[in-house]
Write a protein of this length. Structure first.
Length: 177
């Protein structure tokens, strides 16, 4: 005899499915929505001024400095763009190994979100959705430039947002490393 996992769950008014609360997913017109419409490289720069010497070895005392900023703004009715700006500067005592600057952006449809929640979504949730793709672009461009892939550690955009809110910065956020 086949069993149904929902056999003992309450049924909806017509008896054919699980009951839904009036404030739950039955009211799809008022349900909060966050949709990724597009994601793209908005600007990209890679420089390796010391090549081919730097390709033979990084030199003495190699250092990597990473900086991240997030910008966001409206682009139409319920449409917003979030841009993650990343700078990676690798240098040694011999000079610059490479510089990467990337603006990776996403276009998002955001509906039925209270006004006080819009900014955290734009500066925390949207960059978090974009980050794995930005990370891949950075790794690929470093590798394509002849260097080992630059594998960025995950970024806690929620912590950055909270820090910048405490400092009074509400339109951009950054993280120098």
């Amino acid at each position: 005899m086949a069993t149904n996992d929902n056999e003992n769950s309450p049924k909806g008014a017509n008896g054919d499915g699980p009951a839904r609360s009036q404030t739950g997913s039955a009211q799809t017109g008022q349900q909060a929505q966050l949709n990724v419409l597009a994601q793209y490289v908005k600007d990209l720069s890679f420089e390796s001024p010391g090549a081919p010497q730097t390709l033979q070895g990084p030199g003495e005392n190699p250092q990597l400095q990473i900086g991240v900023n997030v910008n966001a703004g409206p682009r139409g009715e319920d449409i917003y763009e979030t841009v993650v700006h990343l700078e990676a500067h690798a240098k040694s005592d011999a000079g610059v190994i490479y510089n990467i600057e990337l603006d990776y952006a996403g276009l998002f449809r955001i509906k039925n979100i209270p006004e006080n929640m819009l900014q955290p979504i734009l500066f925390v949730d949207c960059p978090t959705l974009l980050f794995p793709f930005l990370r891949r672009v950075v790794a690929d461009i470093a590798r394509d430039g002849g260097f080992p892939p630059l594998m960025l550690d995950p970024i806690d955009f929620g912590r950055l947002y909270s820090q910048n809110l405490a400092q009074g910065e509400t339109t951009t956020q950054g993280q120098p490393n």
